[in-house]
Design a protein around this ligand. Structure first.
Ligand SMILES: CC(C)(COP(=O)(O)OP(=O)(O)OC[C@H]1O[C@@H](n2cnc3c(N)ncnc32)[C@H](O)[C@@H]1OP(=O)(O)O)[C@@H](O)C(=O)NCCC(=O)NCCS
Length: 377
């Protein structure tokens, strides 16, 4: 194996909101919406001028995605067939914003796990798929709330955001720009999910993760992982897209259309992302002189259980055991950038000193990031 970087992930934390929605609940809400809409358009449907909407099913959701449950900020709004959107009231500018609040909670856990105080951290990166606002940077609000000095900035690379941020944080510390960096991944994905769209209404949940990156010599945590190597990849695609943005008001004809929410060509994503990511992961391992037998665990982006089984099979050359590629998607659904870090947070303490694991995230862009980790303590 190549020389290690001397940098570590020294702590991680997870925040989820207290409310959950089961598949049964989300399907009941969706099917009520379908029945009401079809009833309202009975005449056009009978005349063949409009297509009847089709109902969703729990069996499909579990088989196609592995999802059984999701944590959400507002259950009532999502499940109301007349609303089908979380209701998250605006807060006064002087109050901590909802996304920063999630990040602060996850960050406090990560800092406690790493034994880190605000004075030991020089930078905050908020990296997620869906940012609450353009500015001031969410990271600067999080930094202020935690009492961290130094610098802070936001970045967004879809579901790959967490590994991209680790790569950037690593570079900043290596170049002497910081002693330690806090990376936060707050995701309020229910805010951009289209709960009226059968193909994707079940996909997303809300969550936030945080990790601390620092030099090995300053790390005090009990579950410390050295960064062996990190690598990024991107290749343009429109198959996962969201056209929301400031230019929407300059084109009022497009206001409120579904393309301002999450849109994906799920089948195409499957077909194109799997070869891209499996090649990327195996190439990254080979560059570091590692083969399947060296890898104890994969912490993969949690978008789809079938995708993860496929990727793990490609890496290991056989079916993985549940222990080798743990899935949390059944309980959390797709939480974008947070998913792989939740898996890392829950399934890393049990491994032994010297064990190697790979954190790999991928998604819209297309974008992918791989971080090879070796357990130090
Ligand atoms: C979204 C996803 C779960 C859909 O699974 P899929 O197996 O591709 O499903 P398809 O869209 O091909 O639909 C298969 C069938 O189920 C039906 N179906 C779709 N949604 C349904 C639902 N909610 N309930 C019941 N049936 C449904 C379709 O109509 C289709 O029926 P047909 O075969 O009679 O035409 C899957 O494509 C996926 O996870 N893709 C990648 C996701 C991803 O990683 N995205 C990255 C975002 S970070």
């Amino acid at each position: 194996m190549r020389n290690l970087t001397g940098l570590v992930v020294s702590g991680s934390g997870v925040f989820v909101p207290p409310q959950t929605i089961s598949n049964e609940e989300i399907v009941a809400s969706f099917n009520t919406y379908v029945q009401r809409t079809n009833h309202a358009h009975e005449a056009e449907i009978a005349a063949g001028t409009k297509k009847a909407l089709l109902e969703s099913s729990c069996a499909f959701i579990v088989k196609a995605s592995g999802i059984k449950n999701r944590y959400v900020l507002d259950k009532t709004g999502i499940l109301d067939p007349e609303v089908m959107c979380p209701r998250i009231p605006e807060r006064p500018d002087g109050e901590l914003s909802v996304m920063a609040e999630m990040a602060v909670a996850a960050a406090r856990d990560a800092m406690a796990a790493a034994g880190k105080t605000p004075s030991g951290i020089d930078g905050v990166i908020c990296s997620c798929a869906v940012l609450q606002r353009a500015y001031p940077a969410m990271a600067i609000e999080i930094q202020g709330a935690l009492g961290i000095t130094g610098f802070a900035f936001d970045m967004s690379v879809g579901c790959a955001s967490a590994t991209y941020a680790i790569h950037i944080a690593k570079g900043l510390i290596e170049s002497g720009g910081a002693r330690a960096i806090l990376v936060c991944n707050p995701e309020i994905l229910t805010g951009h999910a289209n709960f009226r769209e059968r193909d994707s209404h079940f996909l997303f949940g809300d969550a936030c993760t945080a990790i601390i990156i620092e030099r090995a010599e300053t790390a005090q945590g009990v579950n410390v992982w050295e960064i062996v190597s990190s690598k990024l990849k991107a290749q343009f695609s429109n198959n996962i897209r969201n056209n929301f943005g400031f230019l929407n008001r300059c084109a009022p004809e497009g206001a409120g259309l579904p393309d301002k929410l999450f849109v994906q060509q799920g089948r195409k994503v499957f077909k194109e992302v799997l070869p891209l990511v499996s090649h990327f992961m195996t190439e990254h391992l080979a560059e570091n002189g590692l083969t399947a037998v060296d890898i104890k665990r994969l912490w993969l982006h949690q978008a789809n259980i079938n995708m993860n089984l496929f990727l793990a099979h490609k890496v290991f050359g056989r079916d993985p055991t549940p222990d080798e590629a743990p899935n949390i998607i059944d309980r959390y659904a797709n939480t974008s950038s947070a998913g792989a870090i939740i898996a890392f947070n829950q399934y890393s303490a049990d491994l032994a000193e010297g064990d190697i694991g790979v954190l790999c995230t991928f998604g819209a862009g297309y974008s992918a990031g791989s971080v090879i980790l070796k357990k130090l303590s």
